[in-house]
Each structure stands twice: as C-alpha cells, then as structure tokens.
Design a protein around this ligand. Structure first.
Ligand code: G3I
Length: 437
C-alpha cells in the first residue's frame, strides 16, 4: 500500500467565496488561570495521568484538584491490575482514582482494555479461541464495572507496528485473528454504550506510515459501522514535533471521530515550552480535538526518568511549559481547521480531501453553510469510471450523490459538518457541488 499526498478540492455555490479565518477568539473579560478552566472555555478538557499510590501526597493532589478536569489512571485499569488471575477481578485502585475524579468534578479516560504489554502472566498460557474468549470477557467485565463512569475508553492500545509497514504489530492478541480490534470495540460498546471508544497509539503524531495504517483502519471501521468514536495520539515527544501535527489530527477528525492528545510529555530542552504550545494550538485549531492529557503531574512523577518532560518541576512549581500551554488555551480557537472558505451568501460549499493508495481511497468531505442556516444538503462528486463507493459514513448515497443523515441535516449559518466515503479505483477528480435540500 502506498500513500500519496492528499489534495484538496474546493468549490461552492458562491463563485467569489469569502475567505474567513477559522478561529474564534474567546471573548472572556479575564483569562482563566488554571489548565482545566482554560480548556473548558472552548468546551475542551485538560487532564493528567494519575497514580493511585500518590493520592496521599498533598502537593500532588493539590495540583491535581486545582489544575485538571480529566484523569487517566496511569496503570490501575490495565489488564495486569484488573484481572491478576483469570476471572478474578480487582478494581480497588481503579475505583480510588474514579472516586478522586468524581469528588473533584473531573471525568475519567479509561486506560486501557487491551494492550500487548502489561498483561497478567496467566494470559501467556492462552492462544487461539481461548485467548479470544478471555480477552473479550476482560473487555466486557471491566467496561461493565465502570459503566457510566468513563468519558472515553482506550479500548485498544498500541496495536500498530513501528516502521514503514503501516501494518499491525505482532502480538498474542493479533494472532487470535485480524478482527480482534473490532471485536473488542463491539464488546466495549455492548458493555458501556455511553462511553466514547478510542483507539490509542504512539508515533502516530504526524502523517507517516504508522498513522496512515491507523487512519485506514478507522476509515474502514466507520464505513462498516464498527463503534469507534475517537483516536488518541499519545504524543510522547522529544525535542521536535512533526510539522504536520495539526494536519494529522485534522485528517482523522475528518473521518468523523473525535481526536484527543492522550499522553503528552516533551523532553526538556530549549524547545520544550514551544513544543507544548504547538501541541495545544493544534488541538485548539481542530474542532473535534476534545482535550489534552499530560502523562503525569511533576517531572518526578514521569516514567521518563531524567528527562523532566512535564509541566511542573519536582517541587510542584509551574514551569515555562505550563505558562505556554495556559496562554495557548486562553487564546481560544477551535471552530474548524478544515473550513478555509465560507460561501458569501446562502447555499453551501463542499471541499474534499483524499487519501489514496493503489486501487482505493478514502474521501473526507467538508460541508460548509453560507450566510443562512441550512436544513438538508446534497453533495455530488464526480467519480472516474471503473471504481465503486464501498462505504459511507455520516451521509447516505446514491451513486456519487450524497445526502445528509438526520443528525447532520442542520448546519448553522457559517457552520460546517463532515462526511466521508471509501471507494475502489480513483477518488473524485473534479470539484464537488453542494446544494441546499
Ligand atoms: O508498582 C510496582 C512496584 O511495586 C515494584 O517495586 C516496581 C519494580 O519494578 O514496579 C512497579 O510497577 C511499575 C509500574 O509502572 C508502576 O510504577 C512497573 O514495573 C512498570 O512497568 C510500570 O511502568 C508503566 C508503563 O506504562 C508500563 O509499560 C508506567 O508507569 C506508565 O507510565 C506507562 O504508561 C504507558 C502507557 O500505558 C501507554 N503508552 C506508553 C506509556 C509510557 O510507557
């Protein structure tokens, strides 16, 4: 499979489309002074990984309750922690973290239901259908225990291989069959239909072979109705950040999933504060980026010993990186990173971006209302002969004509919505048209 550079086609019912900045500043009289409150101004959250064993440390808990409004258990909900022997579940430490979050009005990102690492030792004795049954039972039991208490679950963690293959990582889970990921998502959805269900990975922070492998899986899941709601980008960063960090978030968002920064930490160095700011601004510029989580509170709490990668020093003092994040959150933003044009009058616009490979493609279509609100829209694309549309999400289609579904019929004046489709052959090569109704 080969990734070709994406391209963007823009068109509209208004010939002279007005160029508008896709950023709305938040008009607060005074800037918020904590990370959580600042993120909340744009409807986002700011979270941290928490270790249950540190909740007795008053400096730690003081910063936690003051600054953060989302918590991810660092280790306490992993398979080795929650099912140390087969069928015997222990939720004590996970429950402590949920209670801590609830007492502070914070939400919880569940981490994680399935991962090739940190498995209990008994799992090593299983394979094939016995392992498949055990892992689905694990997903079901843990997601059921926490039903109604989890904002989003990392259902599957780190299932793609590093390097240029764009394929799956070999693991005992993968060897139960390539459908293990979708089976896990379906089981989690059955157990807790209210939780957002995420795929989470690292080294997927720019457009590269690994992130494109994940992208193609998410597009396929959306096309086939596998219940996936979000993609987590861990963002364990060194002294640089991919130049297409924001574009990568946006291409996933255009598939119709939320995106979240889930385990952010950045090596200390001259660039640390700048890189933190760049990540924050990228999330703020992507309307479906719903929040950021840092992987620990103080440098001394980090798994990256000696790299001082967090926002507070070992004494709990705010670092320069903290200030850069707070300022970026307070600067606001977040209407949409992919709506460069707005029709000058009523009507609607459509733009399409493609990810193509030999023999197929996924198309992300961005529909923008003009000066008047839209109630129902139809987008027509021109498809080369010889190909077929094989899946559609957030729309229905008849051939190359796509119509809104119930929940995205209405677009407010100047607002936008996204749908997508997957096909064989070559994707749209001419400008799409958009009409109201
Ligand atoms: O609690 C025991 C302690 O009793 C024992 O004395 C000590 C001896 O090694 O180990 C302690 O457990 C360690 C645990 O962290 C708690 O500190 C484990 O050995 C250690 O393996 C574990 O590391 C965690 C790591 O995942 C495991 O792979 C890190 O805390 C945790 O930050 C890290 O988090 C992962 C995410 O889940 C997924 N993405 C990458 C990220 C960083 O590796």
């Amino acid at each position: 499979m080969r990734f070709r550079p994406r391209f963007l086609l823009l068109c509209g019912t208004a010939a002279a489309a007005a160029l508008t900045a896709g950023v709305a500043l938040i008009g607060t009289a005074e800037a918020a002074t904590t990370l959580g409150a600042s993120a909340a101004q744009s409807g986002r959250y700011f979270g941290t990984a928490v270790a249950a064993g540190k909740l007795g440390d008053s400096t730690y808990t003081g910063i936690l309750t003051r600054e953060f409004n989302m918590i991810t258990p660092e280790n306490e909900m992993k398979w080795d922690a929650t099912e140390p022997s087969q069928g015997r579940f222990t939720f004590t430490n996970g429950d402590r973290i949920v209670a801590q979050a609830q007492s502070n009005g914070s939400r919880v990102r569940g981490h994680n239901l399935l991962w090739h690492a940190q498995q209990p030792s008994w799992v090593a004795g299983l394979s094939g259908s016995a392992l498949r049954s055990a892992m689905i039972n694990h997903v079901t039991q843990v997601a059921s225990h926490y039903k109604g208490k989890i904002y989003a679950w990392d259902v599957v963690n780190e299932a793609f291989a590093d390097g240029g293959s764009g394929g799956r990582r070999d693991s005992n889970l993968q060897r139960t069959g390539n459908d293990w990921i979708e089976a896990a998502f379906r089981a989690a959805h059955t157990a807790d239909p209210g939780a957002k269900l995420c795929y989470n990975d690292y080294n997927t922070d720019g457009v590269n072979a690994k992130s494109t492998g994940v992208y193609n899986m998410v597009a396929d899941f959306k096309a086939r109705g596998v219940p996936i709601d979000c993609v987590g980008f861990q963002s364990h960063l060194g002294t640089s950040i991919p130049g297409d960090y924001q574009a990568n978030l946006q291409r996933f968002a255009n598939l119709g999933v939320d995106v979240q920064i889930t385990e952010l930490d950045v090596a200390q160095g001259g660039n640390q504060a700048n890189i933190y700011a760049t990540v924050t601004k990228a999330c703020m510029a992507v309307s479906r980026c719903t929040g950021i989580t840092v992987w620990g509170i103080r440098d001394s709490d980090s798994w990256r010993t000696g790299e001082n990668p967090l926002l507070f020093d070992a004494s709990g003092n705010k670092k320069a990186a903290y200030t850069s994040v707070l300022n970026a959150l307070n600067a606001g933003g977040g209407t949409s990173g992919s709506s460069p044009t707005t029709p000058a009058s009523g009507g609607c616009n459509a733009s399409v971006s493609l990810n193509s490979w030999n023999g197929g493609y996924t198309a992300s279509v961005h529909v923008t209302a003009g000066a008047a609100a839209v109630n129902g829209w139809t987008v027509t694309v021109t498809l080369p002969s010889g190909g077929a549309v094989t899946g559609v999400w957030n729309a229905t289609n008849s051939g190359s004509t796509f119509r809104n579904v119930g929940y995205n019929a209405q677009i407010p004046a100047g607002g936008s919505t996204d749908f997508g489709f997957q096909g064989t052959g070559t994707g749209p090569t001419a400008t799409p048209t958009c009409r109201v109704g």
